[in-house]
Design a protein around this ligand. Sequence first.
Ligand SMILES: NC(=O)c1ccc[n+]([C@@H]2O[C@H](COP(=O)([O-])OP(=O)(O)OC[C@H]3O[C@@H](n4cnc5c(N)ncnc54)[C@H](OP(=O)(O)O)[C@@H]3O)[C@@H](O)[C@H]2O)c1
Length: 285
Amino acid sequence: MNQKICVITGATDGVGLETARTLGKDGWTLALVARNAQKGERIATELRAECGNEDITFKQADLSLQKDVRRVAGELADSYPRIDVLINNAGAIFWKRKQTAEGFEATLALNHLNYFLLTNLLLDRLKAAPSARIVNVASRAHVGASVDFDDMDGTAVYKRCMGGWIAYQRSKLQNIMFTYALARRLEGTNVTANALHPGFVKTRFGKDNGGAFAVILNIGMRVSAISVQKGAETQTYLARSPEVEGVSGKYFSECRAVTSTKQSMDEAAQERLWAMSEDMTRGSQ
Ligand SMILES: NC(=O)c1ccc[n+]([C@@H]2O[C@H](COP(=O)([O-])OP(=O)(O)OC[C@H]3O[C@@H](n4cnc5c(N)ncnc54)[C@H](OP(=O)(O)O)[C@@H]3O)[C@@H](O)[C@H]2O)c1
């Protein structure tokens, strides 16, 4: 296997799928991870034909469940001797508070703990690559957010007006804080870690919630969202561009490093989040 090996989560729709399409056409070996087996197998079959690339496989996992994250990480480690690029992209907004079968609030579980656990479980494989990249899809939605360490289960936030949106904002802030803390830990290694905002992109994002929120989002997307091709540009850039070789611990938008919020840069808060994330993922076997 001489071509790059890339794991992309949430690669069956939206910006993840578009990123897979571009990297697949480049001849990369791809593992597409998402929750719906039937849809995932169909997408992988379609991409293999469209890209003329047989090295595209689907791995099923509900990434809001740590038992699934652990299982799929094991399958990925068994399949690939090294991983060159990990793109943590799967994410969602939950308009009403939802708890996973493992007892975690769903936004935290899928949008943050999944990134944290999958990355840490695959670090050995990333370190086995000559030069590896971790790409964390965050969002400009982190602007205005702060992490409430006393409300990690979202009980209080979901009592607030637009609580689902605030929980989502927090999770995207956590993506950036995690990236900065991770990049510090990876200094001096062959692995880089960066976060990004893809733009406001016309995708299926948020549609599962139904109701007024989905209608408003739909209208907003029709009026002002960018295409999925444009939306996938920054993560594709971070995955393959030679311009960002060795660049780590940055937040990108429109393929440029930009400044994230003051809250995201608080190192003490990043370390507190890291320690809490370790605690919240330690028990899951
Ligand atoms: N769209 C935007 O405007 C926007 C803006 C800023 C940031 N983002 C971020 O971009 C990323 C991708 O969003 P998108 O707009 O492309 O969303 P999308 O069209 O809804 O696609 C989400 C992908 O994640 C998968 N997924 C959802 N829940 C999952 C779970 N529990 N386990 C495994 N996979 C799961 C979905 O699988 P299914 O095919 O089964 O649904 C799908 O492949 C997210 O992290 C989001 O926060 C999006």
